[in-house]
Design a protein around this ligand. Structure first.
Ligand code: UDP
Ligand code: MG
Length: 318
C-alpha cells in the first residue's frame, strides 16, 4: 500500500481522453499517444473515459489496457454523460502532477503535448492552446468565432480559442475543479477561473481522422449555453437594463398617446405599428423567460442530489 502511494505520488503526467464511439480512432490514438509520451521521458498514465459508447470503443480500450497495463486506465460510464463530465470523472481519478486533456479523434495531435509540457515546466499553471488553422466545417468555425467574441465580451475569461481541448493544467487547478463538483460546465473556462498564471501556445489542428463529430446542432447550442450562462450573469443584467430602457420609452409613448387622445380625440390609425411593437416586446419577454429558465435550470441541477455521472467500472492495474 505504502509502495503504491509512493508510485502514485511520483507520477508526473496524466493524459485524459473522453471517448464516445471512437472505435476507428482508438488504435491510432493509443499508438501515437504512447510514442509521443515515451519521448517525453517522464512518468505518465493515460485515462480514457468511455462515455457510454455503443460501438467497440470499450473493447479496444480494454485490449490496449491489457497491452500497457501500467500506462492505461479506463473509466467506464454507465451511459452518455457528455464530453465535459467524462473529463471530470477522469480528473477525479488522475494521479499526475500535470494533467493534459485531449480529444480522441486525433484533431489534437498527441505530438503537440510536448509543447504544453515545456510551458508547464517554465512555471505556468495553465497552458491553453489555439488552433493555427482550424480544420472544421465553415459553419462550426464561424459560429465558434462569434461565441469566442461574446465570451470575451461578457466573461472575464481571456483565451484565444476556448474550443481547443488540448490543454495542460496543474495539480492545484485539478484539485479545485474536483472540489467544485460542477455539472453542465465547460472545463477550459472553469480551469481558467482557478489559474493564477495562464498562458497559451499555438497547436496544429487536424481533420477528424475517422467518424463524425459527436455534437449535433442542439448539443453545440447546449454546450455554448453552458459556457455563457455558466460563467457570466451579464445576459441577465443586460436583460434588466433593456427592460428599463423599454419601460422608459413605453412611458413616453403612453404620455404622447394620452396627449393626442385629449387634444385630437380617439384615433385608430397606427394600430399595426402598435401590433408590431407588441409582438416585438412579447418575443423579448419570451426570450427573457427562457434566459431566466437557463439560470434556474442550472440551480435546479445543482441542488438536486443526483450523481453527475455513474461509473460502471474502472479498469486499471491494481
Ligand atoms: N465526446 C464524449 N462524449 C460526448 C461527445 C463527445 O466523450 O457526448 C468526446 C469525443 O469522443 C471526442 C471529444 O469528446 O473525444 C470531442 O468530440 P468531437 O470530436 O465529436 O467534438 P468536435 O471536435 O466536433 O467539437
Ligand atoms: Mg473533434
Amino acid at each position: 500500500m505504502a509502495k503504491e502511494n509512493k508510485k502514485k505520488q511520483s507520477l508526473y503526467l496524466s493524459v485524459v481522453v473522453p471517448v464516445y464511439n471512437e472505435e476507428e480512432n482508438i488504435p491510432h490514438l493509443c499508438k501515437r499517444l504512447i510514442t509521443s509520451l515515451d519521448k517525453l521521458k517522464k512518468t505518465y498514465e493515460i485515462i480514457f473515459t468511455n462515455d457510454g459508447s455503443k460501438d467497440r470503443s470499450l473493447e479496444l480500450l480494454t485490449s490496449f489496457h491489457a497491452k500497457y497495463p501500467d500506462k492505461i486506465r479506463i473509466i467506464d460510464f454507465h451511459g452518455n454523460y457528455g464530453q465535459h463530465m467524462a473529463i471530470m470523472a477522469a480528473f477525479e481519478h488522475c494521479r499526475g502532477e500535470v494533467i493534459v486533456t485531449l480529444d480522441a479523434d486525433l484533431q489534437n495531435p498527441p505530438e503537440e503535448i510536448a509543447k504544453l509540457i515545456a510551458k508547464m515546466d517554465e512555471g505556468y499553471d495553465y497552458v491553453g492552446s489555439y488552433r493555427d488553422s482550424r480544420k472544421d466545417n465553415a459553419f462550426r468555425t464561424y459560429v465558434s468565432k462569434i461565441v469566442n467574441f461574446v465570451r470575451e465580451l461578457i466573461t472575464d475569461i481571456k483565451m484565444a480559442d476556448h474550443g481547443c481541448m488540448l490543454r495542460a493544467y496543474s495539480r492545484e487547478i485539478i484539485n479545485q475543479i474536483v472540489a467544485s463538483q460542477e455539472r453542465s460546465t465547460f472545463i477550459p473556462a472553469l480551469a481558467y477561473k482557478f489559474s493564477s498564471n495562464p498562458t497559451e501556445v499555438e497547436v496544429r489542428h487536424d481533420e477528424r481522422v475517422a467518424g463524425v463529430s459527436k455534437y449535433n446542432l442542439y448539443g453545440l447550442i447546449r454546450l455554448n449555453f453552458d459556457l455563457i450562462t455558466g460563467f457570466s450573469l451579464v445576459p441577465l443584467q443586460l436583460f434588466t437594463m433593456f427592460g428599463m430602457v423599454i419601460s422608459f420609452l413605453s412611458g413616453l409613448l403612453v404620455a404622447y398617446m394620452l396627449g393626442r387622445r385629449l387634444l385630437i380625440g380617439p384615433e385608430a390609425e397606427g394600430v399595426f405599428t402598435l401590433f408590431a411593437i407588441t409582438f416585438f416586446l412579447i418575443s423579448v419577454v419570451i426570450m427573457g423567460i427562457g434566459l431566466v429558465g437557463e439560470y434556474l435550470g442550472r440551480i435546479f441541477q445543482n441542488i438536486s442530489h443526483r450523481p453527475r455521472f455513474v461509473i460502471r467500472k474502472i479498469i486499471e492495474d491494481k
